[in-house]
Design a protein around this ligand. Structure first.
Ligand code: CO
Length: 214
C-alpha cells in the first residue's frame, strides 16, 4: 500500500516519543550546536542512509548526497558543504561512500539516452574512460559493474584531494582524512576500499597549489 506524507509525520511523532523515552534530554542537548566529526558524501539512493547504516545518531555526520556520490568541481552545492565541513566544523574525516548496484553508475555504463540526466552521468562516464583498460578487460558484466562502482568512489576521493581549500587544511595538519567506502545492498555491510588519503598524500603536480608560508 502506498504511503502518504502524513505517514511520515506520524512516524516523526512516534520517533520523538521513543527518543524522549530512551534518551531524555537528547533534543535539548543537540539543539545547542552541532560538532560532527564526519562528512559523508554518499549516493541519493533511498537504501543508503548515512546514519542508519553506520549506527550513528543525529549530530554525528554532516551529509551531502547526490546521484552516484560524485565530487564535481563546479557543483557549488557540494563545494559549499565541503567548505563548511572542513573550514568551520573542522571534520576529521570525509567519507565517500558509494554502493554496489548503483543506478547512476549503471546508467553511465549503458548507452541509453537519459535526457537531462546525461549531463550529470557524463562525470561518471569520464571515470570509465580513465579506467577503460582495466574495465574493458573484465568479461563478466556484474564484476565490471562492481569494479566501476569502486573506481568511481576512488576517483571521487581523488577529486576531493584536488580541492584547494582541503589542501589548505592539509598544510596546517594531518586532517581531514578522506576515505573511500562501498556499501552492499545485498548484506548491508560497508567495505573500506583502503584508499584513505590525508596530508601525506602525494598529489599529481598539476593539482598541487602553492601554500602560504606558515
Ligand atoms: Co547509487
Amino acid at each position: 500500500m502506498s504511503k502518504s506524507a502524513k505517514d511520515l509525520l506520524d512516524g516523526n511523532k512516534k520517533w520523538v516519543e521513543e527518543t524522549n523515552l530512551l534518551k531524555p534530554g537528547f533534543f535539548n542537548e543537540l539543539a545547542q550546536n552541532q560538532s560532527p566529526e564526519f562528512l559523508w558524501i554518499g549516493c541519493s539512493d533511498s537504501r543508503v542512509p548515512a546514519s542508519d547504516i553506520t549506527n550513528t545518531l543525529p549530530g554525528a555526520i554532516f551529509v551531502q548526497r547526490n546521484i552516484a556520490n560524485m565530487v564535481v568541481h563546479t557543483d557549488a552545492n557540494l563545494l559549499s558543504v565541503v567548505n563548511y565541513a572542513v573550514k568551520i566544523l573542522k571534520v576529521k574525516h570525509i567519507i565517500v561512500c558509494g554502493h554496489y548496484g548503483c543506478g547512476g553508475v549503471a546508467a553511465a555504463m549503458s548507452n541509453q539516452n537519459f535526457g537531462f540526466l546525461d549531463n550529470w552521468l557524463m562525470h561518471i562516464k569520464d571515470v570509465y574512460r580513465l579506467h577503460e583498460e582495466e574495465l574493458d578487460d573484465i568479461e563478466n558484466d556484474d564484476q565490471r559493474f562492481d569494479r566501476y562502482v569502486e573506481l568511481n568512489i576512488i576517483e571521487q576521493v581523488h577529486n576531493l584531494s584536488k580541492v584547494s581549500f582541503i589542501q589548505e587544511e592539509w598544510h596546517e595538519g594531518e586532517f581531514p582524512y578522506i576515505h573511500g567506502w562501498v556499501y552492499s545492498l545485498q548484506n548491508g555491510k560497508i567495505k573500506d576500499l583502503n584508499v584513505t588519503v590525508n596530508n601525506s598524500h602525494e598529489l599529481d603536480d598539476i593539482y598541487r597549489y602553492k601554500q602560504k608560508k606558515k
